[in-house]
Design a protein around this ligand. Sequence first.
Ligand SMILES: *Cc1c(COP(=O)(O)O)cnc(C)c1O
Length: 416
Amino acid sequence: MTNAPTPSRTDQVIAATERWAAHNYHPLPVVLATGDGAWVTDVEGRRFLDCLAGYSAVNFGHGNPRLLRVAHEQFDRLTLTSRAFYNDQLGDFAQALTALTGKDMCLPMNSGAEAVETALKVARKWGYRTRGIPEGAATIIVMEGNFHGRTTTIVSFSDDKVAHDEYGPYTPGFVTVPYGDADALAAALQTNEFTVAVLVEPIQGEGGVVIPPEGYLRRVRKLCSGANALMMADEIQSGLARTGETFACDHEGVVPDVYILGKALGGGIMPLSAIACDHEIMDVITPGSHGSTFGGNPFACAIGTEVCAMLETGEFQAAARERGAQLAAGLEPLLGAGLTAYRQRGLWAGLDLDPTVGTGRELCERLVAHGILAKDTHGSTIRLAPPLVATSEDIELLLGAVSAGLADMTGSGVSV
Ligand SMILES: *Cc1c(COP(=O)(O)O)cnc(C)c1O
């Protein structure tokens, strides 16, 4: 008989996950069990401020009471019908989402990638139908550093090698231009006369919260109109209050032809995505030409309707602005003290670490010890996106932890 110590619950869960689930992620060694607002608790009872918020799917916080009430109610009534029949939730959801976006119609799907795929399909069909482009010749312009999801078509135009390589043959019909460079886009539109759409993230989230130069989105809007190409804004991560406005495009007063939404649309409860556009565009979709078994299901729609209602009041947008300003003010003194740069819009920030100090992953590991969960992206960048229900005390705590984490790494006593 040996007396090997019993592994902790954390170690047991990690071992099981690594043994039986594919290794397509490299999680921090924390096993979460419950959530409440901006906070989550692990199986050992340790509490953490959730500064990833499910990649902004949890903008409204864990266990948001308004969303839970609606979800419980619908859960007990009806969850899935398929679109072979009408259900009593989709109409209300579609009306609420079109009111929020100012568009005529929407098309519901589930994951964000499915909404992006929907936008790509609609754009191509719209080009063939309305512009007389020869079948198979449509071009869609995309941006360097983009992230739009994981399907084979979407990774075909990703320049992230890990996401892209060895998944060919790749879908043709995409042209890539530098992000934030309107002149490059103008040139690409000149040389590609069959461009039906430009697909752009108003802020590149996975890219590291990359904010394009002021005026860029307005120029993209003008260039698309001039070329009779659709401006398609992927607001899956940037939209729904994260940046302090309902949509990140609002910061430049820009209205795209197609909004692509997901993540927070399902309230962190259900996968719910959609595109929204005017009927001249959406009318290319006819019965049988596109669909989804789960898309438009009453459970997700009931939650989505409540999400839209919560966004109509502007309270979450205001919270993102206030907490974001507080975050930026606290990050400023850390420049030169472990941080080389930060970018912030609303309650969303990308922090670039001085590479001599360490990697983003290393900082995230330190932050765990200080009660903060955050995620690195692209080597020396980390992203902070707490739920929009975070309090000013929560943000103070976050800033203190970042400062302490950097101090651990630089061996200096930086403090804010
Ligand atoms: C997360 C994300 C997607 C993909 O959404 P999934 O639900 O993971 O398929 C697409 N575009 C952007 C900008 C995203 O952040």
